[in-house]
Every structure is written in structure tokens, then in C-alpha cells.
Design a protein around this ligand. Structure first.
Ligand code: NDP
Length: 286
């Protein structure tokens, strides 16, 4: 048996074509969805992510603003900028690229973003709404994973899903979204004992660790669906996921490639969240 490699490009392009069409419709009603991305400092990987987000936004017909602030920018200036963007009617989504320099509190910055413009779903109010199943923006990476599974026709309800990683941006919200889809969910982390025994029970295995090629065939049950969220830069300069892709090919039933699947789908959900925030703003004023 050889795993089916999930074609992220195909999924993403059909999704984005649909978003573009909805953006066009909204523009005809006089509203252009707008996303502001704020980046502080010179982290090269973060600058690549921000460029990709802005490009995707423009390609979808949305308005995009990027604020590049120097590393030494005081926290108060970042908060002032967010406050200005909160009041800007051309902006429906605000995203502050992490990591922020050490002198700036991520918590204060995230909490300063207006709840209805928090398209990353990092604000505690949106995280709380997610937890109790209320409507709100979906956390981009985990929601992208769910969409990928649905697009390829993987049944989630009743399946045992194992998530490796418990960060606030990937692992935890991933577990919540899988629960919402009626999976039985187990979360593993750095203190998990006998992790292989647990991951080998997974029908769906989501790796969000940040350790290149850590997950191999010994972690996987034959026929499991393997989704690789990890993005790791190797010494060669190439990108690799958390999953040893070649090693699991004969064991898994589906596997996502890195790069080219969860990453672009994450940006697609960001576009969707911005579009929905604009649709909400438009219906509130009409
Ligand atoms: P974090 O570093 O915040 O979290 C990593 C998680 O992995 C932690 O919960 C940690 O456990 C756990 N972990 C670390 N080592 C082990 C181990 N040996 N065994 C089991 N669990 C372990 O990372 P993120 O969640 O932010 O990101 C994870 C990966 O996903 C990274 O490669 C990142 O680049 C990528 N990513 C990709 C995105 C995309 O768009 N495709 C978006 C966001 C992230 P503990 O809590 O105990 O420390």
C-alpha cells in the first residue's frame, strides 16, 4: 500500500477561487475586505509569511496593508497602531505576526485587537467562544486542517484523532475542532510517556511539534491519515515537516506534504476569516 499524497495546491486553489468570487460580490455592495498585517523586527521567516499573506490577500481582490516596524519599536507604539486599525473602516482583519521582540507582550497586543477584527482567533474572547462552540473566527491552521480532511473525504466522526503538540495556536485549538467534528481526541506533548503506543492508535494523526522528521512509520498505524503541520528549516536550507514523509508513505493511507499543504491552507482560512469579518461589518451597517 502506498499513501495518497494530499494535493494541497488543488484544494487551496479551488477554495481561493470561491473566496475571490465572494469578495467580488461584496465589492459590488461597496465593501472591499481589508487585512492589516503588523510585523515587528527582522525575523526572515516571519517576513516571508507576511509577504505570502499580503500576496494572497491581493490575489483574492482584498485590500492589504503591511506595517513593518523596527525591532526596537516600543510596545506603546504597537498598541497605538492597533487602536488606529481597530477604528479604520477599510480594515476588517488585523494580524500581528509572531514572534514579537521580547520587550513586547504578545498577550497585551492580542488583547488590544478588536474581537471582531481578530482574524487569527487569538483573542481570549474568541478562544473562549471556540471552546464553548459559539460562532466566531476559526483558528487558521487547525481550521485549515479540518477543511483538508473534509475535502479529501476523510471521515472524522467516531475516529480516534491524536494531536501531537498543545500550543495555543495549533495543538489546543486543533483538539477542540476535532472534538467538534465528533472525533475521540488524545493530545500528546513533550511530557507524554510512551508516545508511540498512543500515536499508533490514531486513525488521524496530526503532528504539530516543530521537530523535523520526528514522526516516522513506527508512530503510525497502517492506514492512518497523517497531517503534518510542522515547518522546520533544515541545515540544507530546505523545509521539512515534523513527519518523515518518505518513511511513512508505505504505512499511511493519506499524508500531507511540507511545504505545500497545511501552510497555504492556513493562509486560505485567514482570507476566509477576513472575508467573513467584512461580511459581518457590511451587514451591520446596511
Ligand atoms: P510550539 O513550539 O509552540 O509547540 C510545540 C508543541 O510540541 C508543544 O506542545 C510541545 O510540548 C510539543 N513537543 C515538543 N517536543 C515534543 C516531543 N519530543 N514529543 C511530543 N511533543 C513535543 O509550536 P507551534 O505549535 O507553534 O508549531 C508547531 C509546528 O507547526 C512548528 O514547526 C511550526 O513552525 C508549525 N506551524 C505551522 C503553521 C502552518 O501554517 N503550517 C502554523 C503554525 C505553526 P510542551 O507543551 O510540553 O512543551
Amino acid at each position: 500500500m502506498s499513501a495518497q499524497i494530499i494535493n494541497g495546491k488543488e484544494i487551496v486553489s479551488s477554495y481561493r477561487a470561491d473566496i475571490k468570487q465572494q469578495v467580488e460580490q461584496l465589492k459590488q455592495q461597496g465593501v472591499q475586505p481589508g487585512l492589516a498585517v503588523v510585523i515587528v523586527g527582522d525575523d526572515p521567516a516571519s517576513h516571508v509569511y507576511v509577504r505570502n499573506k499580503a500576496k494572497a490577500c491581493e490575489e483574492a481582490g482584498m485590500h492589504s496593508e503591511v506595517y513593518k516596524l523596527p525591532e526596537q519599536t516600543p510596545e506603546a507604539d504597537v498598541l497605538d497602531l492597533i487602536s488606529k486599525l481597530n477604528g479604520d473602516q477599510a480594515i476588517h482583519g488585523i494580524l500581528v505576526q509572531s514572534p514579537l521582540p521580547g520587550h513586547i507582550s504578545e498577550e497585551r497586543v492580542v488583547e488590544a485587537i478588536a474581537v471582531e477584527k481578530d482574524v487569527d482567533c487569538f483573542h481570549p474572547v474568541n478562544v473562549g467562544n471556540l471552546m464553548i462552540g459559539k460562532e466566531g473566527p476559526a483558528p487558521c491552521t487547525p481550521a485549515g486542517v479540518i477543511e483538508i480532511l473534509k475535502k479529501v473525504g476523510v471521515e472524522i466522526a467516531g475516529k480516534h484523532a491524536v494531536v501531537i503538540g498543545r500550543s495555543n495556536i495549533v495543538g489546543k485549538p486543533m483538539a477542540i475542532l476535532l472534538l467538534r467534528e465528533n472525533a475521540t481526541v488524545t493530545v500528546c506533548h513533550s511530557r507524554t510517556k510512551n508516545m508511540e503506543e498512543i500515536t499508533r492508535q490514531a486513525d488521524i494523526l496530526i503532528a504539530a511539534v516543530g521537530k523535523a522528521k520526528m514522526i516516522n512509520r513506527s508512530h503510525i498505524k497502517p492506514g492512518a491519515v497523517v497531517v503534518d503541520v510542522g515547518i522546520n528549516r533544515l541545515d540544507t536550507g530546505k523545509l521539512a515537516g515534523d513527519v518523515d514523509f518518505d518513511d511513512v508513505l508505505e504505512t499511511a493511507s493519506y499524508v500531507t506534504p511540507v511545504p505545500g499543504c497545511v501552510g497555504p491552507m492556513t493562509i486560505t482560512i485567514l482570507l476566509r476569516n477576513t472575508l467573513e469579518a467584512a461580511q459581518c461589518a457590511a451587514s451591520a451597517t446596511s
